[in-house]
Design a protein around this ligand. Sequence first.
Ligand SMILES: Cc1ncc(COP(=O)(O)O)c(C=O)c1O
Length: 422
Amino acid sequence: MVDSHADSSYWHPFAAMGAVRRSELVISRADDVWVWDDAGTRYFDATASLWCVNVGHGRREIADAVHRQMLEVATYQTFGDIINPPVRELTARLAALAPMPGAKVFLGSGGGDGIDTAAKLAREYFVRTGEPGRTVLISRTNAYHGTHGFGTALAGMPPNHIAGPWIPDTATVAHDDAEALEAEIARLGADRVAAFFCEPVIGAGGVLPPAPGYIERTREICERHGVLFVADAVICGFGRLGTWFGIERFGVVPDLIVFAKGITSGYQPLGGVVVHERIAAPFWDEPGAAPFRHGATYAGHPAAAAAALANLDILDGEGLLKRADELEGELLGALQTFADHPLVGEVRGGTGVLGALGIDPERLAADPGLPAKIAAAVRSRGALVRPMGSAVAFSPALTTRPEHLEVLVDALRGGLDAVAAG
Ligand SMILES: Cc1ncc(COP(=O)(O)O)c(C=O)c1O
């Protein structure tokens, strides 16, 4: 067993290392909706790791597919004309599932590098189509687009901008007001704006479903001003909103979709961008068109693609997108049990298998550490939940059953009551 109180050498993401360095939780086993620490304590994984283990843990089919692929060809680059069978199959399958016609698919290793790809692609599209002045990228308050360069600049969370400014040609609009986007485009001049980045449901920024009509209206505004609409489906894709890319739920066709997480249910690092054929055209249609000078060593990684194919087979074969439709109501119902709890200001959810308990603003002002305290108290009662700035979030696997939610409700009740009692 690891001595988790001995000083660690691992620098954890988004962690106060001064506190964490001698106090780690060592996860050493996982199966379906459960994880175990190395002392053998079992927890309900109410966050599916970081919003991503959509098919649940311990899927032998995915492990076997990766194993088989690694014995065939474990890794090979895909620059120039080189490809491998699983990447060819996966990208064809994603293009067929995508809501845009003739889609092309660029691959990377996760969501943040997908955002960088989308940002560079959007700007270069306009260079190639004779509007090089379109450089500004617009995002929303509370947005989270990862921690690569562009994602950091586009974050709608001011604390993520420490040591910035990162990228000058960016702007932020209110996340819940489509007219704010129209006004910002007018202020900047449409001929300066390249793209609008939009999470169908804001995740890390608080689990904020869009107001009715918001997505449709912002899509229409982008279309009218020639601004590319980039759906960041990193959390929302692969069943979490009950559809393949999340955005179809709103009946709009985006120009670009960034995906990651649920594409492999987190079993292998993979992400990418689905590109509308109209946006791909200046790069694809002329044999003499210059290459898009972008891509990483692990773009088109065969073992990651094999994991994705096996994961898509499970999502499809077990009807998990349909199951997500039922689970979204079950999760919201479970959380609504706490609507009157003194620590809870607001219950959020109902659009996908995503939920949050917003902490009562007065209680939070008096103690900004409440989300972390609640998460710790819930953990000690057998469930892992995600503390955020002003809320505690939930995004369990799509295999979650009502009896699992009962475990969550019990742990939440115990945790919330203990923290409320001080
Ligand atoms: C909406 C969204 N976009 C992008 C990212 C970044 O993805 P990654 O952590 O794989 O770089 C995340 C991560 O949580 C996300 O939630």
